[in-house]
Write a protein that binds this ligand. Structure first.
Ligand code: HSE
Length: 349
């Protein structure tokens, strides 16, 4: 079977994570899933931009960037490419869009996705910006061009959210979703409950690499907001816009609040809630006190979790990592396989 031509746009932590998984699991993907591929292009303004129609040797590309080399210097493909040229002229079947999230403009992700989908190129992305800000437009564009759009890694990294919803919860009527979707803030709140100061806990979370480049997005609840909007619009079919969602982060939570909650057998959690009310999808991001009867009470540290409330199953909770190189790379791998399965069902592969 003809291999898929993959293009990787964004070769940072997550881009390298999926490259590592593709390199190490190549034969498993082929033998167990009938998925064969070659990565024909990689475009990243910092790591380098190359094109090779025969397939870029991924391990060599990873070694080059680990050694601080730009990809062009490693002689693994033609130089002179950029992300848009790769999408327009690279003969791609699937784009892996892994550029950093911008929650204000959605760029450069939105432009990359529009460009790819309008050409019928399938897309797997971990970029929260385009899905939070322009999901309906991108979904409709994909549908009109026969392209598949997947974004498992935008919420809970590789811990299955959209795959669980699409397959495991098919036909369940989901009334509400609640989640702990930001590892940095959950880590800080957990460490504060163990006696640490807010500032000290934030520093530790940054040192461990959990926080976004600018931790404001984490502690002010903006990263959680993006995920709330994605969950509300995708799973509940809402039309939420980030600016309309009441959002509070954890910066107001004092050590005394944490201690008081503990004395009452409660814990503070930054909870995301999306639900239906009078036919309209609503969302909220706010710190809340939960007691031991709440499904998310036991979720501590950097771990994320999401609870679905449905007519058939009552509560279903999925717990797992919400960030990380291989963890988010795993989401892209699941997206690739899901695109492949869908195309097979359609009879186009
Ligand atoms: N900074 C985010 C977190 C990473 O702490 O969960 C994933 O979006």
């Amino acid at each position: 079977m003809k291999p898929y031509n993959l293009g990787i746009v964004g070769f940072g932590t997550v881009g390298q994570g999926i490259a590592r998984l593709l390199a190490t699991k190549q034969s498993q993907l082929q033998v167990n899933h009938g998925f064969s591929f070659r990565v024909v292009g990689i475009a990243d303004p910092v790591k380098g931009m190359i094109y090779n129609p025969n397939g870029i040797p991924l391990q060599a590309a990873l070694d080059a960037v680990t050694n601080g080399q730009r990809l062009e210097e490693a002689d693994l493909g033609e130089p002179g490419w950029d992300s848009l040229k790769l999408i327009r002229e690279g003969n791609l079947d699937i784009l892996l869009e892994i550029t950093p999230t911008n929650l204000r403009t959605g760029e450069p992700g939105i432009t990359h996705l529009r460009e790819a989908l309008s050409q019928g190129i399938h897309v797997a992305t971990t970029n929260k910006g385009p899905i939070a800000l322009a999901y309906a437009e991108l979904r409709d564009l994909a549908e009109s061009r026969g392209a598949e759009l997947r974004f498992e890694g935008t919420v809970l990294s590789g811990t299955p959210v959209f795959n669980l919803w699409r397959y495991g919860l098919a036909c369940a009527d989901i009334q509400e979703v609640q989640g702990i979707v930001n590892g940095t803030t959950n880590y800080i709140l957990t460490r504060m409950a163990e006696g640490m100061d807010y500032e000290e806990a934030l520093k530790e979370a940054q040192a461990k690499g959990y926080a976004e480049t600018d931790p404001t997005a984490d502690v002010e609840g903006l990263d959680a907001l993006a995920k709330a909007v994605i969950l509300g619009n995708v799973i509940l079919g809402g039309q939420l816009r980030p600016e309309e969602v009441p959002t509070r982060g954890i910066t107001d939570i004092q050590k005394a609040d944490v201690e008081e909650a503990l004395a009452q057998g409660q814990k503070w959690k930054l909870l995301v809630r999306v639900w239906r009310e009078q036919g309209k999808v609503q969302a909220q991001v706010a710190p809340q006190k939960v007691d031991a009867s709440h499904p998310l009470y036991g979720i501590d540290g950097v771990t994320n979790a999401l609870t679905f409330y449905s007519d058939t199953l009552g509560t279903t909770t999925i717990v797992g990592p919400g960030a990380g190189s291989l963890e988010t790379g795993h989401a892209l791998l699941m997206d690739l396989l899901d695109i492949h399965r869908t195309l097979r069902q359609r009879g186009t592969r």
